[in-house]
Ligand binder design. Sequence first.
Ligand code: 13P
Ligand code: SF4
Length: 358
Amino acid sequence: MIQVLDAFRTPLDYARLTREELRDRILRRKEELNAVILGHNYQRVEIQEVSDFLGDSLGLSQEAARTDADVIVFCGVHFMAETAKILSPDKTVLMPDLRAGCPMADFVTGDSLRRLKARYPDAVVVAYVNSTAEVKAESDICCTSANAVQVVDSIPADRTILFVPDRNLARYTAEKSGRPYVVAGQEQGEVGPGSIVAWDGYCYVHDDLVLEELAEARRKHPRALVVIHPEARADLLAEADFVTSTSKMVDIAEEHDELIIGTERGLIDRLKQRFPEKTLIPLSGAAICGNMKMNTLAKLAWSLDHGAHEVVLDEDVRERAERSLRRMLDLSGGWRAPTAEEEALEEAGLRPGGCGCA
Ligand code: 13P
Ligand code: SF4
C-alpha cells in the first residue's frame, strides 16, 4: 500500500519526483484502487504511456460504458470526464485538473439551447459530445466526430436538426448528408425541410488552421496525403484526402508513409513515436490544445493518491444526458445489452463477453 506522506500534499510536491518515480507510483496506485486511466489522443506522451485506454471521444465513451474498474481517472477535458460519469454513475470519476475544460463546449449553455429549441419546437437536437452534461440533457441524441454523419442520417430527412455547438462539424455533416445548412441567427426566413441549423461555436485549435499553412506543408512534401479533423473550416476540408476523427487518423497512419495531419499536436507526437520511420507532418506547429495539456503526470499521481477532483452530476441532468448518449452508442454499436441468444452463447463460452467492438 502506497503511503501518502505529508510531504506530498499538492501537485507541486509531486512535480519534484522524477518521471520514473511518478510512473511507478501511478501504476501501483492504479492497481490498489482498481482504477483505470482513460486518455484522449491529445494527451502528453508521458500520460499516453500510462493510460489503459487511449482513443477518440467515441472510443473513450464506449470504454467508460463498459469498464468494470471502481475508479475512472480521466485524462482529457471536462466534458469527457462528465461523459464517463453519465455512463458509469456508480463509479468514482476523477480528473487530475478540473480546469481542463473545452472552450468549444462552453459556447452553448442549457439556457441558450432551450431558447433555440423554443424557436424550433419540432426540431431534433444533436449534441456533439464536446458539450456540457446540461446541454446533452437538453438534446435528443449525441454524436462524435467519428459518427456525426451516421447519427444525422438516422434522423428522418424532412426533420429540422439543431446541431450544437460546432458549426464546422455541422457544415461537414450537412454536406455529407445532403441537407441544407445554416448558422443559427443567420437564417433568411423559414429554413428548408431537413435543414441543419448549427450553433455558432468552434474549436480554437482547428478553426485556426489555415490554407496558407497547408500550402506550405504541401510545397515541402508534395507526395504527402492530407488528413484533417472535421472541426476545421470548410475551405481546408475541401483540400483533404481524408476527413476523420483522431482515432481513424491512427488507422490511416498505419496504411500510409507520408501524411500532413491537420489536428492537435499530441496526436502527431504519438504517431511519430509509433511510426518513427514515417513522414508525419503537423499541418500547423501551433495547433496545441492548452486545455488538454493541463493534465500532467504529477497531477495524475496526486489525483490517484488524494481521490480528487471528483466529477459529480445532478442526477436528473445525468439521467437525461445518458438517454442522448445511449442513443448514440446504440447506433454506433458501442453499447447495447446482449440479446438472449448472445447471452446463451456467452454462457456456453462461444461468444466473447462485452459488446464485441474494438
Ligand atoms: P475526437 O473525437 O476526434 O477525438 O475529437 C475530440 C476533440 O476534442 C477534437 O478536438
Ligand atoms: Fe475542445 Fe478543441 Fe481542445 Fe478538442 S482541441 S478539447 S474541441 S478546444
